[in-house]
Write a protein that binds this ligand. Structure first.
Ligand SMILES: [Fe+2]
Length: 233
């Protein structure tokens, strides 16, 4: 399995605090059946983990995993905060963020916690022009999507947005509201990808239970469709 959203890089944001924690997270992931993690540190106004830092830290972590014989590949990514259109455009223009995967086909994008960004629609047009699909981080955790689901419907209808639902939300670890909205997304076929959004060994990198939850609720084909999209990424 591939985890496309994980804060495993040591000492760069609110994820793994040091190399020991990152290695401990890697062991949990491997035990769960994860073989590739796209490391996605925050990149926004608060945490500014730019691509050069991601690449340096990912190489350090990979070297340590290889030294310890842990069968896990670390890839470079970012969780880009949609602070505003200018921020996203400048970051893309200057190639300061990592996409998910080898090319620029998919970008992990997070709405601000303070509220839905009115610049969202402009940013999606920018991404469309660049041939990039936004993978929207954990919409089920944002109150404004739960209160106004049509916002998310409209984003998906643009055709350049896939959702990323967090396994912890499906399992109820992000509270009853996030759990209920995640279930609603499963029922409506609006869970395009799953990820762990792991930050440490408590918010840990486990994916298998998420696929089980989707399969139990919507059938094995629904879980397989998610696997196929993630393989495409
Ligand atoms: Fe995250």
């Amino acid at each position: 399995m591939i985890d496309i959203h994980c804060h495993i890089l040591p000492g760069v944001d609110d994820g793994a605090k040091d190399m020991d924690m990152a290695v401990a997270m890697a062991r949990i992931a491997v035990d769960d059946g994860i073989r590739t993690i796209v490391a996605t540190p925050h990149l926004g106004n608060y945490w500014k983990v730019y691509a050069d830092i991601v690449r340096t830290k990912a190489a350090l972590l990979q070297a340590e995993l290889d030294r310890l014989g842990i069968d896990l590949r670390i890839r470079c990514g970012n969780e880009l905060v949609l602070e505003n259109a200018a921020f996203v455009e400048e970051t893309l223009r200057n190639e300061r963020c990592c996409f998910l995967g080898d090319n620029s086909a998919f970008l992990l994008l997070e709405e601000p916690w303070a509220g839905f960004s009115p610049d969202t629609w402009d940013v999606l047009e920018t991404l469309r022009a660049r041939g990039t699909t936004a993978v929207l981080a954990h919409p089920e955790r944002h109150a404004f999507f739960r209160e106004e689901p049509s916002l998310l419907d409209r984003m998906i209808e643009t055709g350049v947005v896939w959702t990323q639902v967090s396994v912890d939300s499906l399992l109820g670890n992000n509270g009853p509201d996030a759990k209920a909205f995640a279930a609603r997304l499963v029922d409506r076929g609006q869970v395009h990808t799953l990820a762990t959004d792991a930050h440490n060994v408590a918010r840990k990198p486990i994916l298998a239970l998420g696929f089980d939850a989707v399969a139990a609720r919507a059938g094995a084909a629904a879980a397989d469709a998610i696997r196929e999209r993630m393989a495409a990424i």
